[in-house]
Design a protein around this ligand. Structure first.
Ligand code: ZN
Length: 503
């Protein structure tokens, strides 16, 4: 390697180091404000958050980095794989932010704070008109940013790529068509069958015992407790500082056994991904999950494919019954599994079952796409939302709080994010199908052998962190490109069996 390349790589690694340290700080501040930080401390906290995000911007967007990226692109073919991945990562980040004038970027950050507050107020008051003017500004700004940044094919593609690199409107149109064609009739057939008994799930379950089970299940799945932690927050989430410090949260309810358990399993799936990223990447912006979709594939694989499976409970029901001997006295694994896989069209996305969930995402996808290609009258949005719910999910919201105001995402400018949730479930099914070629998932689950499953995932997915793209991960792990058929096959097979339908 010549001296010039050596020097460029030193600069690239310095940039990576500084950006990783800033990102670490942002993560820590984010985790803190969602868990233990006091409500009254918000003003000092916002000062620090704003300071750190300005630092992020200034460290990345400056003539020195511009020059560095240009010079690296000249010698790209001579770089090692990790340096190529770092270059690609910073090139993407740079191109995302640099075309936007500094003043517009700063104004947008302030707008997002105001719009989040307006959303919260609107949701509490069940009144979209409070949020509407802010949402309009967020949409207009998002569209202006797309103009600055440019796009290929469809303006929405630019947003989709921020969360799931490589995904396009063309691809998602086909994906959702395929889901619609198989899920809508599946839900109809399930609706004709008797509903499973779920009444025992709302007995009173002591929080201490629930916490004990959460810790037990995290360890059983292979989560290293010395390399992470479990806390409680209003909405469960995972925050990674580094592969050796992965913090997950859950939320316990005294009258709900299921959501806390499956939230813990879901977040542990995210956590395992982060914990098993290769140490060889070092302290770097690349030492984290590559995309929202791949991340969600890991959490959903654990939650739904593994966790909502009777084989899994053959290994873990004894522990659950030991903690709740009276509450679950007459409950069999089959009762438990049928109850935890109850399918029912509903209004709220985060409470939706595995089958109807993608339909909730389809509504948001179609609306976001429409917002990006047309001038939609903002006042019409609640009605458009309700119409689409009625059409796809089969239920119509009667309030705005249960309809268009239910999700925080748009108020935070997160457009293009929702599709990654549905992609995650579909990726999970494709990964599971690939695993099945080498091992029996059910046999592992039945015997509590989570290590064999984790080793497969760590080897094929986790270890790479962000050093290869989502589509490369799918191709390498499964031997083919993304194919939604595995997901629809999985749903039809699983739910036909559970509900006694003919396949
Ligand atoms: Zn998740």
């Amino acid at each position: 390697m010549n001296d010039r390349i050596k020097k460029l790589l030193e600069d690239l690694n310095d940039l990576d180091h500084d950006m990783a340290a800033i990102t670490y700080t942002e993560s820590l501040l984010g985790f803190d404000s969602m868990t233990t930080a006091s409500k009254d401390g918000v003003s000092a906290r916002s000062e620090v958050i704003s300071f750190v995000s300005t630092l992020y911007f200034n460290t990345l967007i400056n003539p020195r980095v511009d020059r560095l990226l240009k010079e690296l692109s000249d010698v790209y073919n001579e770089l090692d794989d990790l340096s190529k991945a770092k270059y690609n990562y910073f090139r993407r980040e740079y191109e995302k932010i640099s075309p936007i004038p500094v003043k517009e970027y700063a104004d947008y950050q302030s707008l997002l704070v105001e719009s989040s507050n307006a959303w919260e107020e609107a949701k509490n008051a069940n009144d979209f008109s409070i949020f509407a003017p802010y949402l309009k500004k967020v949409i207009d700004t998002t569209k202006r940013f797309i103009d600055h940044r440019g796009y290929e094919g469809h303006p929405y593609n630019t947003l989709l790529n921020d969360y799931e690199p490589g995904v396009t409107v063309d691809m998602l149109d086909g994906f959702f068509e395929e889901l619609k064609a198989s899920i809508v009739p599946l839900v109809q057939r399930i609706q004709e069958k008797p509903k499973p008994n779920t009444s025992f799930l709302s007995n009173t379950f002591s929080i201490d015992e629930q916490e004990a089970f959460s810790l037990y299940i995290m360890e059983s799945l292979g989560f290293r407790m010395d390399g992470g932690s479990l806390s409680e927050s209003e909405h469960p989430f995972t925050q990674n500082m580094s592969p050796d410090d992965v913090r997950i949260t859950t939320h316990f309810h005294e009258n709900d056994l299921i959501n806390p358990i499956f939230s813990t399993i879901h977040e542990t799936g995210h956590g395992l991904y982060e914990q098993n990223i290769s140490k060889s990447i070092g302290f770097s912006c690349l030492a984290t999950g590559v995309s929202m979709g791949i991340h969600e594939s890991q959490s959903r694989l654990y939650e739904n494919n593994f966790g909502r499976n009777s084989a899994f409970w053959q290994a873990h029901m004894p522990k659950l019954k030991e903690l709740f001997p009276n509450e679950l006295k007459d409950i069999s694994i089959q009762d438990f599994i049928r109850a935890t896989n109850k399918v029912e069209p509903s209004l709220i996305r985060i409470d939706a079952d595995e089958v109807t969930y993608p339909l909730h995402i389809m509504v948001r996808y179609e609306l976001e796409k429409m917002l990006m290609e047309e001038d939609v009258d903002i006042q019409e949005l609640p009605k458009l939302w309700a119409d689409k719910y009625e059409q796809y999910v089969g239920v119509r919201p009667t309030t705005e709080a249960e309809g268009i105001l239910q999700d925080v995402h748009w108020s935070e400018g997160l457009m293009g994010y929702f599709p990654s949730y549905a992609l995650g479930s579909a990726y999970a099914a494709q990964f599971e199908h690939a695993m099945e070629k080498e091992l029996s998932v059910d046999e592992c689950l039945k015997h509590g052998d989570m290590k064999t499953l984790l080793d497969w995932l760590a080897h094929h997915i986790h270890q790479y962190g962000s050093t290869i793209t989502p589509s490369e991960i799918i191709q390498r792990a499964t031997g083919e490109a993304f194919n939604p058929k595995y997901f629809t096959d999985y749903l039809v097979k699983k739910y036909s069996l559970l509900y006694g339908l003919k396949e």
